[in-house]
Design a protein. Structure first.
Length: 510
């Protein structure tokens, strides 16, 4: 379906660029040549989208990786069509190319955002890829944990195949399906559709035998690397006498240069955004003041880079006496522990519901970015109370500046599992680059555009004021962007305590 929609969109865009715009005069290029270019360019683009693996299924690509591949494929596809046009001596105008590329990137990215939100999430819930991990040691346990905490990847864990004693020692006794000697039989018995083979679980000959057996019976084999929290762009498969080697590139980036570039992007981006959204800022401020005459901004102490405290700015979305009303609503608390959480919180103002749904309440943080206490991209800044409860490993997130948007927000914001939050924040802290920041910013634009398009739909079904829209109604549910680290931890802990131990064939999703 997505491929058909891509073809239709790209065909319309390039017909518009080469024929309807009339940029190139008929005496320079005939209408027939323009029509042929309008067909050739989409074909080249779709071929490259295939080549980049954008139609290959699960695991679902992370949003930032998908956008990176999408832009690369479109640029190469358009470049290929231009080369062909040159050989045919057909004139191609620079503005036609610029117009077509901009529209193609915007349209295909937005299409994927809408399809992911409305269609793919529901499809993955109804027909997820049933995954078996071949291996039973520590790496298998880590893979099961990874798959369980990231259901957005489209997998659900069925169990592990390997040595029972090793599985028991790794805490995987309940998920143990059987020995490797019965692997294919077990895969069929439990209706498994995919397998990951642990790189550290087997020696060379056994590893090759397992992979060959899975391939012979029609299964795609996914091989783990045994290495975690490293950007996939650092890995490359090379050939040594026709034997595959996975090479991990050594990086010695010029951090000073990257920091200067990052700060430059922050200053330019925040300034441009403030100018673009100035009418919205004024309108929101006026609406907040008009509704209850209270303060326009909400101010709170947060922890930033190197553990330094700063004051974060947001538009106020709750009534002035929100704290006084808390005691009256205590009995309706939906969250365990000392923190209060209520889906339809009556303290939220009418303006607050709208600005929270559209993320307009975040715009004042652009002032924080200009002041240097925040960046456009980075982990969300925690409160001092939250920071005190961070483990030593999680405190590594303070090595980078906090941001308005980040890796977790664009790739797993609907995932309320604290392990997902922690893993993505640490991945960003250990792998950040200017390129990654740009991909996250593009993903944020896509996510915001999709949210603005679908928010009226969510409100029409009667859930506009809630923080989380029911996925069974329309799959644009997101956990509240202001859910704190403590709330995520307590939510994950509470779910773990209440959940029963899964049987080997039980499908569970966080």
């Amino acid at each position: 379906m997505i491929e058909f929609l891509d073809v239709a969109l790209l065909l319309a865009i390039w017909m518009f660029a080469f024929v309807a715009t009339n940029i190139t005069l008929p005496e320079v290029r005939s209408t027939n040549q323009g029509l042929w270019l309008g067909v050739l360019t989409p074909v080249c683009c779709v071929v490259m989208l295939h080549q980049k693996g954008l139609y290959s299924g699960r695991p679902t690509l992370p949003r930032t990786e998908e956008i990176s591949r999408l832009v690369s494929a479109l640029l190469i596809g358009v470049g290929s069509s231009v080369v062909i046009a040159e050989f045919l001596d057909w004139h191609v105008g620079a503005w036609e190319i610029v117009t077509g590329i901009v529209l193609s990137v915007a349209a295909t990215t937005l299409l994927r955002g809408v399809m992911r939100t409305i269609v793919f999430d529901l499809a993955q819930r109804d027909q997820p890829e049933r995954l078996v991990v071949v291996g039973a040691g520590a790496e298998a346990a880590e893979l099961i944990r990874l798959v369980s905490t990231h259901p957005e990847a489209g997998f659900v864990p069925v169990g592990v195949i390997g040595n029972k004693e090793v599985a028991v020692a790794s805490g995987l006794e309940e998920l143990w399906l059987g020995d490797v000697s019965d692997m294919v039989v077990l895969m069929h018995r439990h209706s498994a559709t995919s397998a990951i083979v642990c790189a550290t679980g087997f020696r060379g000959e056994k590893f090759r035998t397992i992979s060959s057996e899975l391939l012979e019976h029609g299964y795609d084999v996914q091989l783990s690397t045994g290495v975690t929290r490293l950007w996939t762009g650092r890995f490359e498969v090379r050939s040594l006498s026709h034997e595959p080697l996975v090479v991990m590139g050594h990086r010695s980036p010029n951090r000073r240069r990257d920091l200067i570039l990052k700060r430059g992007i922050d200053l330019v981006g925040a300034t441009v955004a403030l100018l673009i959204f100035l009418p919205a800022l004024v309108a929101v401020a006026f609406a907040i003041k008009l509704e209850d005459r209270g303060p326009i901004f909400f101010r709170q102490q947060r922890i930033g880079k190197n553990g330094e405290t700063f004051e974060i700015l947001k538009f106020r979305s709750m009534c002035v006496n929100a704290e006084e009303m808390l005691a009256e609503l205590a009995s309706q608390n939906e969250r365990g522990g000392p923190l209060f959480k209520m889906t339809d919180d009556p303290r939220r103002t009418r303006v607050g519901r709208v600005i929270r749904a559209t993320s307009l309440d975040e715009l004042p943080q652009l002032i924080n970015v200009l002041g240097g206490t925040m960046s456009l991209v980075g982990p969300r800044p925690p409160t001092p109370d939250e920071a005190e409860r961070f483990s030593g490993e999680l405190r590594r997130r303070f090595e980078v500046a906090p941001g308005i948007t980040g890796l977790w927000q664009v790739e797993a914001r609907s995932n309320s599992d604290f392990e997902a939050y922690k893993r993505l924040d640490l991945h960003y802290a250990e792998n950040w680059s200017v390129g990654l920041d740009l991909r996250i910013l593009l993903a944020t634009v896509e996510q915001t555009a999709v949210s603005l398009l679908l928010t009226p739909v969510s409100m029409a079904v009667g859930r506009g004021g809630s923080d989380t829209i029911d996925r069974s109604t329309i799959s644009i549910g997101e956990i509240d962007k202001d859910d704190t680290v403590i709330e995520l931890t307590e939510r994950t802990t509470a779910r773990a305590r209440s959940a029963e131990s899964p049987s080997p064939t039980e499908v569970t999703q966080p």
